[in-house]
Design a protein around this ligand. Structure first.
Ligand code: SAM
Ligand code: SF4
Length: 478
């Protein structure tokens, strides 16, 4: 891309920006006595009625230590996932554009004090060639990832987004581009919004201020806790009503971070009438030149509780689980309420065209654990009776933000989401799937068609599936 040395975004905060995290209050909530079965069941019942939980109610779930109650929570999370989202899983791929970085986050291989990492910013044509490879695998949704650097200003990010949308390969096209980059100011968010981005993600990393200060050295831009906490409020003010929050698990007590995420979701909901579109909960992974204490490491059982608790606390918010996690664990945790996963992931700069089979840690931000191809993941999903979905209809029809809550509208999933998941899955099967995946996919589609009770909807879907296969039609969404 054209590399410029532009000014940094202004440090102006959103109107009435506040630090809505009160660490003493969150700690007090976690120190209350362990709840009894009746209290836990009352909170679970509220979630199952599809009501978002308060921070206090979420803390009740987090204080439970009784294995039987934890099992009840897991069951409820699975049920809620089925009731609210059905059996669709949305797929995407990350695309790292540049790893120059002026920050020094202690957990990240891209931090500025790491001399060994290979630094690179993809040229425009390199971005396009990465995109073509992703399209030829069948991807339709990307997230572009950037370090924090003056070169990666809003105009640069917007130019990358436009380049991605313009790159086509046969039937291949990217229909939604999300962003994970440094916080911008009002003007910057307006620039990237105008380029047609989907979600803008900024992870707080840790909601615990002393830990935040410890991992983000003073003097770096990211060391300003409030500026980052306010990042997505500024995005909302600038008209981006589709934002993603996240915490990096393993830096501090996982229970505290869950309360931080739920507080953040409520803050956005209260101020803007719309909560975050997604929540991410990455666990810290090994990274080149990174070593730090494992005091707050989150084990698999605790990680399952993170996901189940978030599912129950924010029934209508998408949950993203990435290839940082092992394939077998991803498979198990999908049922707890995850709505989006990445697949076929390479996070080395230029990795989709240049990477060998093994990962090259010197060229990536951290190590990932699930390096299966998109096709393998699609096959496993179909065999496990999930419908892999590349649907982007709502965002392209302007069905986002406060005016629209797809999951809250009765019957929406049956009428729109499942049909659109099936047609995008059929596109994948026809254009990109291996013979085994095609077979598993066709079985799944036949079974799903049988489940559609509304005959008009069923006919409409059958007609679209036929047009994809026989007439070579594409992008037929409801
Ligand atoms: N540089 C921007 C920033 O920090 O906001 C963009 C995001 S960074 C490239 C993407 C995310 O990766 C970070 O927000 C952090 O949560 C996560 N990350 C960094 N180091 C990690 C590690 N060692 N293991 C797992 N996730 C990590
Ligand atoms: Fe830079 Fe982001 Fe890595 Fe921090 S997490 S060093 S800001 S790339």
């Amino acid at each position: 891309m054209n590399v410029k040395t532009d000014s940094l975004p202004s440090k102006a905060l959103s109107a009435n920006a506040t630090n809505f995290i009160d660490p003493a209050k969150l700690h007090d909530l976690l120190r209350l006595p362990e709840p009894d079965r009746i209290q836990v069941r009352a909170v679970i019942a509220k979630s199952l009625a599809k009501e978002a939980l308060s921070v206090e109610e979420t803390a009740v779930l987090l204080r439970t230590r009784d294995p039987g109650q934890v099992e009840e929570m897991f069951d409820a999370a699975r049920q809620l996932k089925r009731d609210v989202y059905g059996n669709r899983i949305v797929l995407f791929a990350p695309l790292y554009v540049g790893n120059l970085c002026t920050n020094d986050c202690r957990y990240c291989a891209f931090r500025r004090s790491n001399p060994d990492v290979v630094r690179r910013t993809l040229e425009r044509e390199e971005v396009c060639s990465q995109v073509r490879v992703l399209e030829q695998q069948g991807h339709k949704r990307l997230i572009l990832v950037f370090g924090e650097h003056p070169q990666y200003d809003a105009e640069f990010i917007a130019e990358c987004v436009r380049a991605v949308y313009m790159t086509k390969s046969g039937h291949g096209e990217i229909r939604r581009v999300n962003i994970n980059a440094a916080p911008l100011d009002d003007a910057g968010y307006r620039v990237v919004h105008a380029a047609g981005i989907g979600t803008y993600q900024v992870f707080q990393e840790t909601y615990h201020p002393p830990t935040y200060a410890d991992y983000h050295p003073a003097g770096t831009r990211k060391s300003d806790y409030l500026y980052r906490l306010d990042a997505l409020s500024r995005a909302q003010e600038a008209g981006i009503d589709d934002v993603g929050i996240g915490a990096l698990f393993g830096l501090y007590d996982w229970r505290f971070e869950v309360l931080g995420l739920v507080s953040h979701a409520w803050h956005l909901q209260d101020r803007f009438g719309v909560g975050p579109h997604t929540i991410s909960f990455p666990r810290v992974q090994p990274a080149h030149g990174v070593s730090f204490d494992r005091r707050y490491e989150v084990n698999d059982e605790e990680f399952k509780r993170v996901v189940a608790t978030l599912r129950l606390a924010v029934p209508y918010t998408g949950l993203i689980m990435t290839a940082r996690e092992r394939a077998a664990l991803r498979r198990e945790i999908l049922a707890f309420g995850v709505s989006q996963i990445d697949a076929g992931t390479r996070i080395e700069l230029g990795g989709y065209t240049e990477a060998e089979h093994a990962q090259c840690l010197k060229r990536e931000q951290f190590q990932i654990a699930d390096i299966r191809s998109l096709d393998e993941v699609m096959r496993e999903l179909a065999e496990d009776n999930y419908i892999p979905s590349f649907c982007t209809a709502c965002y392209r029809l302007g069905r986002t933000g406060e005016h629209f809550m797809e999951y809250a509208i009765p019957g929406f999933i049956q009428q729109f989401c499942t049909p659109n998941a099936l047609t995008t899955f059929m596109e994948y099967l026809v254009d990109y799937a291996s013979p085994q995946t095609r077979e598993a996919g066709r079985r799944l589609i036949a079974a799903e068609l049988n489940k559609i009770e509304n005959q008009a909807v069923r006919k409409a879907v059958e007609e679209r599936l036929r047009r994809i296969e026989v007439e070579d039609a594409r992008d037929l969404y409801l």
